[in-house]
Ligand binder design. Structure first.
Ligand SMILES: Nc1ncnc2c1ncn2[C@@H]1O[C@H](COP(=O)(O)OP(=O)(O)OP(=O)(O)O)[C@@H](O)[C@H]1O
Length: 345
C-alpha cells in the first residue's frame, strides 16, 4: 500500500544542512496499523509527511497505492491526496466553524451536492460518537471530542490511508484509550490503512500491527509489534519497551547475583501465545539441578496474542545452568542473558 524507499530529506537552516531523514525504507501493507516511534527530533513527522508529499523528499521514492507520488502532476497529486486523510496533535480545527461545518467544508470544496454532504456528515458524526455536537464550536469541546471531529473530517473524502501525527499526544491517558479504540474500530470497519507516529510505546502496543523505531533520521529496527516486544535488539527499542515492562533490576541485586557464583545469570525470558501458560519453570526445576528465583514477571496481550516477560535468576553448576538455559531456549519464544542493568549479551 505504501512503499517508502531510501528516503532522504535535508533542510537548510541558515548556512547549515539538517539531515532529518537518512535513507529510510518502509513498507506498509493494506489494512495494517503501522506505528513509527522515536524521541523528539528523530524524524517521525518528516517521514509521515513524505507519504502525502506535505514534505518532498530530497531523494528516494514514495509509492502509494501503486502510484509513484513524486512523478504525479499537480492535479493527479491533489486527487491522490484525497485518498490520504491526516489528523494532527493539535487537531487543526477551524475555530469559527461549528462541528458540522468543520467536517462538511472539505466536501463543499470538492463540490459535493448539499444533500449528499448532509448524509455524509451525519454518518461520520455518528461514527465518531458526536451526533449531538453538530452545532457546537471547537472551543466548547474537550480534547478528545476535538480529535473525534478531526477524525470525522479526515474520513470525509473516503480515504484509504489515515496518517496520524501524534494524534493522542495532547490527550490524557483515558481519552487516549478511547481515541485509540476509535482508530482500531475504523481500521477494522473500512480496512483503512493507518500510519501513526508517537513517542508512547503504549500506543504502539495497543493498536499497531507493525512498528518502526527511529533514531537520528534512521529506522534502527522494525517488525511486527509482537516480535519487537518479544525480542528487541537495539538499546533504544529496549528503553521504549521498558516503559511498558518495567523490568529494570536494581544494580545492587545484579551485583549480589554476580557474586553468588560464576555460573549465576539473569535471564529475560519471553513466552508467547499458549506457551505463556505452559509450566516451563516447574519442568526446569524438576529436570535440572539449578536454583531459579523470579525477579520480575508480567503478562500482556498484543492484539490478541499473550506475551509474558520474566526475569529469572538462575544459578548452580555451570554445566547445569547451561543445560537449563538450553531447555528454556527450546521451550519458550526467546531467552536473553542479561548481564547488567538494562543490557544483555
Ligand atoms: N521545516 C524544517 N526546517 C528545518 N529543520 C527541520 C524542519 N522540520 C524538521 N526539521 C528538523 O528535522 C529533524 C527531524 O524533525 P521531525 O519533526 O521530523 O522529528 P520528530 O521525530 O517528529 O520530532 P517531534 O517528536 O519533536 O515532533 C529535527 O532535527 C528538526 O529540527
Amino acid at each position: 500500500m505504501i512503499q517508502l524507499t531510501d528516503i532522504h530529506k535535508s533542510y537548510t537552516v541558515g548556512n547549515k544542512q539538517v539531515q532529518a531523514l537518512k535513507g529510510v525504507t518502509l513498507n506498509v501493507e493494506k489494512g495494517q496499523i503501522f506505528g513509527v516511534i522515536g524521541f523528539s527530533g528523530a524524524g517521525k513527522s518528516t517521514l509521515l509527511r513524505t507519504i502525502n508529499l506535505l514534505e518532498k523528499p530530497t531523494s528516494g521514492s514514495v509509492v502509494v497505492n501503486g502510484q509513484d507520488m513524486l512523478s504525479l502532476k499537480e492535479k493527479d497529486l491533489r486527487n491522490a491526496r484525497k485518498k490520504i486523510g491526516i489528523i494532527f496533535q493539535h487537531f487543526n480545527l477551524l475555530s469559527s466553524y461549528n462541528v458540522y461545518d468543520n467536517v462538511a467544508e472539505i466536501l463543499r470544496m470538492n463540490r459535493v451536492p448539499k444533500d449528499v454532504i448532509k448524509k455524509k456528515v451525519e454518518d461520520l458524526l455518528r461514527l465518531v460518537g458526536l451526533e449531538d455536537k453538530a452545532n457546537s464550536y471547537p472551543s466548547q469541546l474537550s480534547g478528545g471530542q476535538k480529535q473525534r471531529v478531526g477524525i470525522a473530517r479526515a474520513l470525509a473524502t473516503d480515504p484509504e490511508i489515515l496518517l496520524c501525527d501524534e494524534a493522542t499526544s495532547a490527550l490524557d491517558p483515558q481519552t487516549t484509550e478511547s481515541i485509540l479504540e476509535l482508530l482500531l474500530d475504523i481500521n477494522r470497519k473500512f480496512n483503512l490503512t493507518i500510519v501513526l507516529i508517537t513517542h508512547e510505546m503504549q500506543v504502539i502496543k495497543k493498536i499497531c500491527d507493525n512498528v518502526a523505531i527511529m533514531e537520528n533520521g534512521v529506522v534502527i529496527e522494525q517488525g511486527s509489534v509482537l516480535d519487537i516486544f518479544s525480542n528487541p535488539q537495539q538499546q533504544t527499542t529496549k528503553n521504549f519497551i521498558k516503559t511498558i515492562f518495567d523490568d529494570n533490576v536494581p544494580s545492587e541485586i545484579v551485583d549480589n547475583i554476580k557474586q553468588s557464583g560464576p555460573a549465576a545469570k539473569i535471564l529475560r525470558v519471553a513466552f508467547r501465545g499458549d506457551a505463556a501458560l505452559d509450566p516451563v519453570l516447574g519442568t526446569l526445576s524438576a529436570r535440572f539441578p539449578v536454583s531459579t528465583n523470579l525477579l520480575y514477571g508480567s503478562i500482556t496481550s498484543i492484539k490478541g496474542t499473550a506475551l509474558g516477560i520474566l526475569l529469572l535468576h538462575i544459578s548452580g553448576e555451570e554445566k547445569d545452568v547451561e543445560a537449563g538455559i538450553q531447555f528454556l531456549r527450546d521451550s519458550v519464544y526467546n531467552v536473553d542473558i542479561v548481564s547488567r542493568e538494562g543490557g544483555s549479551n
